[in-house]
Design a protein around this ligand. Structure first.
Ligand code: FES
Length: 139
């Protein structure tokens, strides 16, 4: 299991629950109002997460922001809504190439958010990304 140093998670006013999943999942709750790292990161509004927290072939769930950021191939990032299109639960894990909803078992592709396993019938909403040398910004 990989671990994330909570001091590497930078947030604004809210605590971010970060779930990083490759083959296993972990949850780290971190809260800080300081920007004290130059580590490569993902920026979503006021939240920054080290880019290393987005595993190749997996992704991270920003539960408070209700966003999932995936890296299906090295250097290729996608962002999706974390709200399941079935009945609105927030997805809870990313594993084995899918984003998984805990409520009724829907699974979505980390590549394009498409439904891999029902009952959901519509894909996850995707968000545009922009990228600097070391940061991904979810628009
Ligand atoms: S709300 Fe996600 S599977 Fe039903």
């Amino acid at each position: 299991m990989s671990t994330i140093d909570p001091s590497d998670i930078k947030v604004g006013r809210r605590t971010v629950l970060l779930t990083a999943c490759a083959t296993t999942c972990l949850a780290v709750a971190g809260c800080s109002t300081q920007n004290n790292s130059n580590a490569p990161g993902v920026t979503l509004g006021s939240a920054e997460v080290p880019i290393s927290a987005v595993p190749v072939g997996g992704g991270v769930i920003l539960a408070d922001e209700q966003v999932v950021i995936t890296q299906p191939q090295e250097g290729v990032f996608q962002a999706f809504s974390a709200v399941c299109t079935h009945q609105g639960c927030v997805v809870s894990e990313v594993s084995d190439g899918t984003i998984n909803c805990p409520c009724h078992g829907s699974r979505y592709s980390i590549v394009d958010g498409s439904v891999v396993q029902r009952p959901a019938q519509k894909p996850l909403h995707s968000y545009a990304l922009s990228r600097t040398a070391d940061t991904i910004i979810v628009n």
